[in-house]
Design a protein around this ligand. Structure first.
Ligand code: SF4
Length: 391
């Protein structure tokens, strides 16, 4: 799936562009959203079922792990059935990379530090060039210390233990070493990633790498944890970088169903104006001592109902008629609830007043009717200019 660039895109740092199947990454292309399956890749049916769910939620590119030959053997069918480009995640075994490329994947994720023999890395690069696909080259804080060479590993560990502030410098140097391998092969179809579980390291590392290279950047906080805590760590780093114009594709990674990665990544891109909304946006008041209804329950019920609409109307659910109207300025459809009733507004005009137990249905009916009018061209979305005055 591709998206029209938004007005925010002009602030983005210009990078080279690569193509992952039909998705452009870098240059003027919109920031694209990636996720990774959590199924065993050789289980084609489960993997495709999860890929379809991720695509329906707004994912643009999906990555699958290929630890074994039986996984790469499944790739041909997965690539054939997937509604979006497929990236093969390769560690240690260059043969898996060659098999994945032969199976028709659209990109390889490869950490050259995990493959000792340079000739093998060169062979993968050659195969990617022949297939016309890019490679994502990554350094992770966890794998920054040399794995293969024991002496080098000891020296790097000591260096890092003595001065953690050296970590970003070490990540950048490691990235330079890796990129040299690709450039010596005259291969420039690469995407870079520099991940850590620490959001501050992520911000510093990507800032440094974006100053040093013009390759497109894949942003992510690795091993962020469950959504409840990982969400904050991920968004802290990714939002900071995206707001500076750094980042061409993102993946939020949680220890949970990857659907949450896509939902949160999509909301992040929409919130920053980097991706147009295609569904209703719900705003709601946090409630306070003026509240007279069970607003949290109302919000949950309305959110579920609105999920069936595919027009980016703005809906506000507010807990009182005193401050609610002011706080809901700009909403296309709004309800102000209190004293057992809900007063509903459509683009600033009061249209209904209903009992509390009818609020969900009445608000949904008005939202659906307004969305239909927008789709027919009979109304247009508020761009924040709607003003709501209590009747
Ligand atoms: S809308 Fe009313 S109830 Fe909700 S936070 Fe504002 S003042 Fe409180």
């Amino acid at each position: 799936m591709s998206h029209e660039p938004s007005e925010r895109d002009f602030k983005r740092r210009l990078t080279r562009q690569v193509k992952i199947g039909n998705v452009h990454v870098g240059g003027n292309a919109p920031v694209c959203l990636q996720s990774m399956t959590s199924t065993h890749t050789h289980d084609v049916d489960s993997t495709i079922a999860q890929i379809n769910r991720l695509a329906a939620a707004g994912c643009d590119v999906v990555r699958v792990a290929v630890p074994d030959r039986k996984d790469t053997e499944a790739l041909k069918e997965i690539v054939r059935q997937s509604p979006m480009p497929v990236v093969a995640d390769v560690h240690f075994h260059f043969q898996r990379a060659l098999e994945a490329i032969a199976a028709g994947v659209h990109k390889i994720r490869l950490n050259p530090g995990n493959i000792k023999d340079r000739k093998q890395v060169n062979e993968v690069i050659r195969a990617c060039r022949d297939a016309g696909i890019p490679i994502r080259v990554g350094v992770n804080e966890g794998s920054i210390v040399e794995r293969q060479d024991q002496q080098l590993r000891a020296a790097e560990r000591e260096n890092l233990a003595a001065d953690r502030s050296n970590l970003v410098g070490l990540m950048v140097r490691k990235m330079e070493d890796y990129i040299r391998i690709f450039e010596e092969n005259d291969f420039h179809d690469v995407v870079l990633a520099a991940k850590s579980p620490d959001p501050i390291i992520v911000i510093d590392a990507y800032r440094a790498i974006s100053r040093r290279f013009d390759y497109p950047l894949h942003l992510g906080v690795t091993h962020a944890g469950p959504p409840e805590t990982g969400r904050i760590r991920s968004i802290a780093a990714l939002a900071s970088l995206l707001a500076e114009g750094i980042g061409d594709t993102i993946r939020i990674s949680y220890a949970a169903d990857p659907i949450h990665e896509v939902e949160d990544g999509k909301e992040l891109l929409c919130s920053l104006g980097l991706r147009p909304r295609t569904e209703p946006e719900l705003i709601a008041c946090p409630t306070c001592g003026r509240i007279e209804v069970d607003l949290f329950k109302l919000v949950t019920q309305i959110r579920t109902k609105l999920a069936s609409l595919k027009t980016p109307i703005k809906v506000a659910v507010m807990g009182c008629v005193v401050n609610g109207p002011g706080e809901a300025e700009g909403a296309d459809v709004a309800v102000f609830a209190g004293r057992g009733r809900g007063v509903i507004y459509v683009q600033g005009e009061q249209v209904r007043s209903v009992n509390e137990d009818q609020i969900v249905e009445a608000l949904y009916d008005e939202a659906r009717a307004f969305a239909s009018r927008v789709e027919r061209g009979e109304a247009r979305l508020s761009r924040g200019e709607v003003s709501i005055t209590p009747a």
